[in-house]
Design a protein around this ligand. Structure first.
Ligand code: AMP
Ligand code: MN
Ligand code: MN
Ligand code: MN
Length: 281
């Protein structure tokens, strides 16, 4: 079993990288990519833990990008975290995240919520501030019932405290991944608010930018969904990746490493790249 999309507490996951690898080994995952949002901070710890558990490790990251005012996530797989271009890019992403956190908390304050306090809580807890952290802080402060409500009422698209982060354009983000010797895989293509026509344009632009792979199965995606994504991958000449998008054991319906079977005709991104743990590739 191969899982090429997961998060640790270096971004918005619950487990430290070593704990994530221990769980992967226990779940029978043979190859795992750690793909924290806009950071490579957990990769050394994860690689060392992978060696001790006999799990094949893929150094990765999930980078936030902009495409026609939509936020798009691009997985960088087999990246070299020491690459100077990538390091500088990650520093800039962190800066964007910090500025957005400030802006969101100011909007929360305007709504009568304890913006300053929420800001301090998130800053204290994470190097890489995400809306997941802010949602957790809103729950802890008793402002909302759960994280879902935090997004539904405040942080999600169209809500009063939604701030469109100033993410760099898609082609620039793909360029960072290529500079770091990595493979760019477009994450969870059906999670974006795009028409079918727009999704086709996105894929064409992604390929033109140097994107190589499409994440056709993410978490518990249904078989028909995986089949549709596989057809898109084949049409655009893209290899395919699969991943759980695991964030922590608190979401038991999305375990690390439970993944769909690869549809016929697809080329797994790990074929000929030194991963052996999947019956389909
Ligand atoms: P950010 O990258 O800071 O915009 O945060 C996005 C992260 O928030 C995603 O990677 C998810 O982990 C999480 N997220 C997005 N929407 C929701 C939601 N409706 N409920 C819970 N978590 C969400
Ligand atoms: Mn996340
Ligand atoms: Mn994502
Ligand atoms: Mn993710």
């Amino acid at each position: 079993m191969i899982d090429l999309h997961s998060h640790s507490d270096r971004s918005d996951g619950a487990l430290p990288p070593a704990g994530l690898l221990a769980l992967a080994a226990a779940n029978g995952v043979l190859g795992l990519a750690l793909t924290d949002h806009d950071t490579t901070a957990g990769l050394d710890e994860a690689a060392a833990a992978a060696r001790s558990h006999g799990v094949e490790f893929v150094p990765g990251t999930e980078i936030s990008a902009a495409w026609h005012s939509q936020t798009i996530h691009v997985l960088g797989l087999w990246i070299d975290p020491a690459c100077a271009v990538l390091r500088q890019a990650m520093a800039a992403q962190l800066d964007r995240r910090r500025r957005r956190l400030r802006a969101i908390c100011d909007l929360l304050s305007h709504k009568g919520l304890p913006g300053e306090r929420l800001h301090a809580m998130v800053e204290a807890r994470s190097e890489v501030p995400t809306r997941t952290h802010l949602a957790a802080a809103l729950v802890e402060e008793g402002c909302v019932r759960d994280a879902r409500d935090a997004f539904r009422l405040h942080l999600g698209r169209g809500r009063a405290a939604h701030v469109a982060a100033n993410w760099p354009p898609l082609d620039e983000v793909v360029g960072w991944i290529l500079a770091a010797g990595g493979i760019a895989s477009l994450a969870h293509p059906t999670r974006y608010a795009l028409s079918s026509t727009a999704l086709h344009r996105l894929l064409a632009d992604f390929v033109a930018a140097g994107g190589r792979s499409l994440e056709i199965a993410c978490g518990g995606n249904a078989a028909h969904h995986v089949g549709n994504c596989a057809a898109l991958a084949i049409r655009y000449g893209l290899e395919v990746s699969v991943g759980s998008d695991f964030h922590g054991p608190q979401l038991p319906w999305n375990p690390l490493g439970r993944l769909a079977k690869l549809p016929d005709g697809t080329t797994p991104v790990w074929r000929n790249r030194g991963l052996h743990g999947h019956r389909d590739g």
